[in-house]
Design a protein around this ligand. Sequence first.
Ligand code: PAF
Length: 277
Amino acid sequence: MQICRSIVEMRAAVGAMSGSIGLVTTMGALHAGHMALVKAASTHDNVVATIFVNPTQFGDPSDLDTYPRTETEDLALLEQAGVAAVFIPTVGEIYPEGEETIVESTNLANVFHGLVRPGHYRGVATVVTKLFNIIRADAAYFGEKDYQQLAVIRTMVRDLHMPIAIHGVQTVREHDGLAMSSRNIRLTPADRAAAPILIAALTAAEVMIQGGATVEAAHDIIAATIATEPLATLGAIDIVDPATFAPAAGTPSGPVGIMISAEFGEVMLIDQKEVTP
Ligand code: PAF
C-alpha cells in the first residue's frame, strides 16, 4: 500500500494505476463503518483511501482538537483490506497559503443539520472537491448515516458536472443499534450506554409512520423518546422527502428521510433512517 503525503505523490500513484479507482474519503479513526465503504469500493480495480481531519468543517475548535487520530491503526486496517494507496495530506497541502476558493450548495448546506453546524457542509463540499480533483477516481463511497452530507455531495457532483459516480453505503451499527462513528470513542461509559436512544427514537418514528401516522406525530415521538434519556440533549429532528430534501408534512405517501442529532456530554451524534410508509 502506497502512503502519499503530498499531492504530487498522490497524483503519481493514481497515474501509475491501471483500471478503475474507487475512493473512500475519511477523517481517520477508522471503524467497521469505514471498512464497509472500503469493501463497497473494492468492486473497482484499485481502492484509494484518504485520511484528513478537515479543519474547515469543524465549527468548534475544541471539537477539532479532540477529534480522534489513530493513524497507525488506520493504516493497518486499510492495508489488510487491500487498499492500493492512501492519501494523508497536511492541512497546508490542502489549504495552501492565500487560497480563497470555497464550494457551497446554496440551499442544502444551510438547512437542517446545516443550521446546527453553520459552515460545516461548506467545509465538506470544499474538501471533497479538492480530493476528487487530486485523485480523479471513477466512483466515491459515502455512508448513509451522514444523510445530508451524502445529499450535499450528490448535488454538488450533479451541479458541477464532476465526472465521478457517488454511492451511498448503509449505516453499520454496534450490537445495540448505535450507528458506528469515530466520535463514539469520545463518549463516557454513561453516555455510551445512553446513546442507543437515537436508534430507539428512529425506530419509534418508523413504527408510527408505517402505521399511517403523520410526520408531525413522528417528530413528537422522537422528541418524547429522546426526552426519556437524561444524558441526551436533543439537537435537531428533520423529516424530509429523500428525492428533493424538502421538509415532509402530513401523512407521507412515499419514503421519508428522518435525520436526528443529540448531544451526549460534549459529543454531538447524528443518525438517520429512511422510512417507507
Ligand atoms: O464523512 C467524513 O468523514 C468527512 O465529512 C469527509 C467526507 C471525509 C470530508 O472531510
